[in-house]
Ligand binder design. Sequence first.
Ligand SMILES: NC(=O)c1ccc[n+]([C@@H]2O[C@H](COP(=O)([O-])OP(=O)(O)OC[C@H]3O[C@@H](n4cnc5c(N)ncnc54)[C@H](O)[C@@H]3O)[C@@H](O)[C@H]2O)c1
Length: 334
Amino acid sequence: MTVRTGVIGVGVMGAEHARLLSEAISQSELEAVFDVDSARAAAVAANSGARVFDDPMVLIKDDRVDAVLIASSDQTHEDFVLAAIAAGKPVLCEKPLAPTVEGCTRIMRAEAEAGTRLVSVGFMRRHDPGYVEMKRALESDQLGRPLLVHCTHRNASVAPGHPTSMLISGSAVHEIDIVRWLLDEELAAVTVYTPRSAAAAVGTQDPLMLILESVSGVLIDVEVFVNAAYGYDVRCELVADRGTILLDSPAATVIRSSGSAARTVPADWRPRFAEAYRRELQDWVFGIAAGDPARSASSWDGYVATEVAQVSIRALETGQRQEFSLMEKPSLYR
Ligand SMILES: NC(=O)c1ccc[n+]([C@@H]2O[C@H](COP(=O)([O-])OP(=O)(O)OC[C@H]3O[C@@H](n4cnc5c(N)ncnc54)[C@H](O)[C@@H]3O)[C@@H](O)[C@H]2O)c1
């Protein structure tokens, strides 16, 4: 079976997903595109032969569109996901599933009414070879129980006035999802610390340090620093009873010259997670072809990420430790 996907929103992320679906993913065709910026949609379609739609809801219902990928701006995700569920079509939605807990809850309710899982959320780190290896090592039991996780999330720079809350809802949300996935348990509480702000940070408190506590008592520190100047850098080290697992920068090439050894640091997340995006899409397409359309991060994971991010923003604003109180997990996701 060939899975024919319609992509809604073809900016930075959507154009790359569309290219992968058209050129790099097996059993996949890029069937349709829509963007409110019609010139962008036309440019993506010109390279792939996909049809350009002028109404996203018509695209979602179209008979030749088997599945929908949403990479439009955050606040538009909910309506498109709900329309895809109503049409009975698998949908991969970029993170966040919805920017509000209420929006995520509406999506879970719609999926429950449909009686089947159709929604995947684009937490692509779950497909990154480094994180996958970390999880495998942890599950092998060679190292014992996890005790601490140290996470680093640095970007080269952001525009002046970048909202501080975005360091949590846009950046740390990836750590929130990946530690839940690695540890296979929920988070219980958060405290957010605000050290001295970087000289390059204009109108933004940057960096932030989040201390998350898991339900079983693992402590997770997350440094988010979005004006780190030198490039994009994501790291993770897990400390366990009998050893540690380190996810370092995966650059393969070291240049030794003039008395020093240098590794290239990517400018942004796209080269760092290129393989994760490819594997995420391939797994999604193979899953749809095999009748198992939602085997990655679920609507439940999307809801938890939004809930934890929102409560962490409250911890930032109040300076107080906050506890999470998640709703009961619906049976569809157990
Ligand atoms: N998983 C990741 O690593 C990752 C990284 C970056 C961004 N994202 C997410 O991907 C999404 C897109 O981010 P981006 O960086 O590509 O942004 P972008 O601004 O480059 O692209 C967004 C696109 O959506 C279009 N758009 C806006 N409203 C629309 C609507 N109502 N219908 C259709 N199209 C609409 C815009 O015209 C634009 O082309 C966001 O939700 C963002 O949070 C995920």
